[in-house]
Design a protein. Structure first.
Length: 188
């Protein structure tokens, strides 16, 4: 083998390779932004699609766990892996067969988690008084709590659009960040 294959590439060389692909990075960002606008244009469809993707992944993971169960040497581990895999596969099938009902459950969990994490963040912020970011931590906690309360107050109707809205917003922000990274690499 040559010495170059054994030596890791220099950071400068890797950055140069990435810079030469700036156009592809911008294109990826544009695709994300487009997908974000599509998701925001049809929130119910985006919710159903995102829940269906989660269901498909759960089903695949459950099948893999069931197959993995046959690799276990002891009966107790075999049974545990089989039960876990079967439950995961069942949850995936349920999600695929009833995506709106699954979206309702996920939205309820999301709203409760936002309320709980927001309250904890407010509490932590007040515990940090005297430290620099305590005020922003409290504000962040209040906003998170209010978002969770709004989701829960409009539940189950909010389950039709919340997940799709979050997906669309996430795609937009990810897309704009990829675009800015690509143009920043181009300028260097």
């Amino acid at each position: 083998m040559s010495a170059n294959l054994n030596r890791p590439e220099s950071l400068g060389h890797r950055i140069h390779q990435i810079r030469s692909k700036w156009g592809w990075i911008v294109a990826l960002g544009v695709i994300y932004v487009f997908a974000g606008f599509v998701a925001l244009g049809s929130l119910v469809l985006a919710t159903v699609v995102s829940v269906a993707i989660v269901g498909a992944m759960m089903l695949m993971a459950g099948v893999v766990e069931v197959v993995s169960a046959f690799q276990m040497k002891s009966w107790s581990r075999f049974a545990l892996w089989m039960v876990l895999g079967a439950l995961y596969a069942f949850a995936g099938l349920f999600t695929l067969m009833n995506p709106l009902l699954a979206a309702g459950a996920l939205t309820l969990i999301l709203g409760a988690a936002l309320v709980a994490s927001g309250i904890v963040r407010v509490f932590l912020g007040f515990q940090m008084q005297g430290d620099a970011p305590w005020f922003w931590t409290v504000i962040s906690g209040v906003i998170t709590t209010l978002l969770g309360v709004v989701i829960l107050a409009h539940w189950p109707v909010s389950s039709l659009y919340i997940l799709g809205m979050f997906l669309g917003i996430d795609l937009l922000f990810a897309g704009f960040s990829w675009i800015s990274i690509g143009f920043a690499l181009r300028g260097k």
